[in-house]
Ligand binder design. Structure first.
Ligand code: HAM
Length: 415
């Protein structure tokens, strides 16, 4: 036997038994976002590499080392999308969506790719559901988006803590960055080599460091939140007032660092204790300069994304709706196979779920199979016509073959 090929590291198969729980999450997302006027958008799986370099940021881990980038064969560099906000903004610009009524509210679902070290809750291909609202800087947009994600997590039974902060405007950030860089330089010898190396490149990431020395330095570091201007502070307070009105609990976390560079003002993350090291189940924020950076008109924006796999890990009970089989069509002799096929087809066309014998089992084996898949009724085709067996009561009676769909429909609750 030749050696088996396996799925690439950090990727996974979703087996049929695992699918219902994922579908349940997607259904909830669709229901909750749809009920707030968000409409689904789909963008390509790969994009021009430059899109992510320009938006997510050259200095971020994602762009520096986690992207799957390749030549498309025509000398253009393309990248498997590591996130969805930049593609949605690109689509907004490309399709002139600024001409629509604002804000334009969009949601998406699909696979994303990051070359991260795989572990529980962290994969190289993962699924995100995300929501973006473009064209309004009203704090109500931020608050509504946060409430929608909180609703989604609630609906799937995931308990999560909401951390919230504001990053202010790019100007405030630039001034703060200088102060922080100077502070880090003063304490250079107490920092981990990795942080030290990136003082100029990305000083904010020092807040994310896991080594004790850096953490001690960062506990006393100047904080961006304390440097916000009045407008930004007012915006933040308006957001949190609306969260309070909705009785949503949140915690101010001025050290909240998101791994993407496009954020301005509000940033947030929902964390679940079920996830261990990968505690972020969903997060996002405001990105008021991004559309303009991608060649569009000045357009504020805000949004979030949540990982399907992390939501599954964070959900207490896995919601698994039962997909009932109405009828299993069995037959005593192979001779009846064509008739069984015709009946199964007809029953499906009547809107029922029907399966037929496909593996040449004995009649006894077929009844066992019907039981295994939870069929409500079994039609048994034989020389004496058709019998309809009720698998719950065990009762069996003769039916006209042509009357089978009607007979099953009639026996159904509400039929
Ligand atoms: P992000 O925090 O990088 O934000 O990712 C959002 C969510 O995607 C995370 O909270 C997590 O649930 C999931 N996720 C990220 N990386 C992985 C991974 N390697 N394996 C499994 N799940 C993962 C963004 O992507 C932004 N685009 C969110 C946003 C939308 N901001 C504004 N609008």
């Amino acid at each position: 036997m030749s050696e088996r090929t396996q799925a690439p590291r950090g990727t996974f198969d979703v087996l049929p038994d695992e699918e219902p729980a994922r579908e349940a999450i997607v259904r909830e997302a669709q229901r909750i976002l749809g009920s707030a006027g968000y409409r689904r958008i789909e963008t390509p799986i790969f994009e021009a590499t430059e899109l992510f370099a320009r938006s997510v940021g050259e200095a971020t881990d994602i762009v520096r080392k986690e992207m799957y980038t390749f030549d498309d064969g025509g000398g253009r560099s393309v990248t498997l999308r590591p996130e969805g906000t930049a593609p949605v903004c690109r689509a907004y610009v490309e399709h002139g969506m600024h001409k629509l009524a604002q804000p334009v509210k969009l949601w998406y679902l699909g696979p994303f790719f990051r070359r991260e070290a795989p572990q529980k809750g962290r994969y190289r291909e993962f699924f995100q559901v995300g929501a973006e609202a473009l064209g309004s800087d009203d704090p109500a947009v931020d608050a509504e988006l946060i409430l929608l994600l909180a609703d989604l997590l609630d609906a799937i039974g995931a308990s999560a803590r909401l951390r919230l902060s504001s990053l202010g405007t790019p100007d405030t950030r630039a001034a703060y960055r200088e102060r922080l860089t100077a502070y880090l330089r003063e304490h250079e010898d107490e920092l981990s080599p990795d942080v030290r190396e990136r003082i100029d490149l990305n000083p904010l990431r020092a807040f994310d460091a896991s080594d004790r020395g850096t953490q001690r330095v960062m506990a006393r570091a100047p904080r961006l939140f304390d440097a916000l201007n009045d407008d930004d502070r007012e915006h933040f307070e308006a957001v949190t007032a609306m969260l309070d009105d909705a009785d949503l609990r949140w915690e101010l976390d001025p050290s909240l660092v998101r791994g993407l560079d496009y954020y301005t003002r509000t940033v947030f993350e929902f964390e679940s204790p079920e996830l261990g090291a990968q505690s972020g189940v969903g997060g996002g924020g405001r990105y008021d300069g991004l559309v303009e950076k991608l060649g569009g008109p000045p357009t504020p924006g805000c949004g979030w994304a949540a990982g399907i796999e992390r939501m599954l890990l964070a959900a207490a009970a896995q919601p698994t709706p039962v997909d009932g089989v109405d009828l299993f069509v069995a037959f005593a002799k192979p001779h009846y196979r064509r008739e069984a096929m015709r009946i199964a087809n007809e029953v499906r066309q009547a809107g029922l779920h029907a399966q037929l014998e496909l593996a040449g089992r004995s009649l006894k084996g077929q009844l066992k199979q019907a039981d295994r898949i939870g069929a409500r009724y079994v039609a048994i085709l034989g020389d004496e016509g058709a019998q309809l067996k009720d698998m719950e009561s065990g009762e069996q009676h003769e039916v006209e073959v042509g009357a089978l769909p009607a007979a099953v429909l009639r026996q159904r609750p509400g039929g």
